[in-house]
Ligand binder design. Sequence first.
Ligand code: ADP
Ligand code: MG
Length: 548
Amino acid sequence: ITISCIGAYLVGKHMEGLMVITLYEIGKILEEKAINKTRKSISDLMDIKPEYANLKTKDGIEVLDPSDVKVGDIVIAKKGEKIPLDGIVVKGTGSLDTASLTGETKTQDVKKDDQVLSGSIVLDGLLEIKVTEKYENSTVSKILELVENATDKKAKTETFVNKAAKIYTPIVLGIAALVAIFLPLISNVEYLTENGSIYRALIFLVISCPCAIAISVPLCYFSGIGKSSKEGILIKGSDYLDGIKDIKEIVFDKTGTLTKGQFTIDKVEVYGQLTKEQVLEYAVLGESYSNHPIAKSIIKKSNMEKYIAEHKEKVSSYEELAGKGIKYNFEGKVVLVGNSSLVEKEKEKSDSTKIYVKVDSEIVGAICLKDEIKHGTKAAIAKLNARGIITKMFTGDNTEIAEKIAKELGIKEVKSEMLPNEKYQELEKEIAKYENNGKVAFVGDGINDSPVLARADIGISMGGVGAGSSIEASDVVIMTDAIEKINDAIDISKKTSRVIKQNLIFSIGVKVLVLVLSIFGVANMWEAVFADVGATLITVLNSIKILK
Ligand code: ADP
Ligand code: MG
């Protein structure tokens, strides 16, 4: 634009030169308005940031910036306010709207001892909350940080634009110079006349200005990421957003991903002298140190908190054997709690998840657990299958249960009784099958499967709310437990890519048109600027479609 403007002035087209600059500047102002409008729509979507915290002090309430509140402080949240930091309710009851975190309009009723997340809105009630995380570590900051950083990680189309710009500018300048110098030699156009070769070269420069593409492509990705966050799907980079539409195969973990991971105790079997009660005591004592859904369920369903509290201190050398179970020492005995491979027992057919308890060298009993399929999973898998995506299941659980669940859900292929490292190796094989012709996603709950999540082309973790570690391990975090959100993410990815294509085709089309007109000497410089600014505005406004 600068060269064209100075050039126009030098070849005596003073008015043209002036108009180019004026129109270009007006265009910039309009573009900025449009971009700000889009950004505002995105930040309205992401309106989860708490502005203040009501700190409870000796003499009443002090209103503070959430980042000034310390862990252990008590904050008060009233009806209509946002919960400023993650914490635990110490007094009061209330109902919360967590839609801005999970994308689901479901109210959550909370009472004393319940965990609450920053960014939820108090619909009713009055809560006193003991802060458990500093503002920087609380859910709200993590989400905001993720969305802000996501757009820094460039997608291929973006880096393509950047790379192209490096070659593009010199080439365009070169062609303009060629037109200016050689056009008169091969035609009857002159150098400096009204519609001379220099003037035409200058128009060519204006037309080649790639504003529309350079501005609208990143904006589209930004909108796509903003829109998914609103739906409770955090996408950690525009390359992942772009990749989701190319998923050809999805591998699911079972426990906690397809199933609720909230087991009920079906029965307790005893094989020796110990009572059922004693078998459970050995199990809960060790499991009280584990985060596995099996551990949490056994603790919850056995109601032995008192026993655990009294004896927990006596547990030593606790160890977790991923995909197998746990091991610890208690009163001089070595205790194993886990599956048949951990306790070195022959596999037996069972339609429940059996957790054996072995004390020293004797298997004293087993706890039979039942899990349920998550609500809505069947329909979501059916939709994925209908899209032509291959669905598979990798699980550490026993073959009978794995096959039963896969059949019920319509999952095509199952691999069972796998250790975490086997899951990793098998996933690598799946990825190799596709080479560059499609992506393989792994969906897990972040427990025992972080390496697989990281290895997958797209690692998707479920139930991000409240599980900080899974947010780090994966590329896409689904804040709720709903598998259906994968379908939503695919739709957003497709829509984003569609809008980017529209923008590219439209802006390149306009450019080519004006280019042809200018070569025939029909287009003047104003029209070229108009076309450039117009195309940019239209593509920017078109990007907003993604947010709808
Ligand atoms: P999945 O692939 O279904 O998510 P995991 O790999 O997490 O399962 O675990 C596989 C198996 O290892 C479980 O089915 C269970 O038998 C055993 N296991 C893992 N962790 C524990 C634990 N903390 N306590 C008892 N058993 C466990
Ligand atoms: Mg698991």
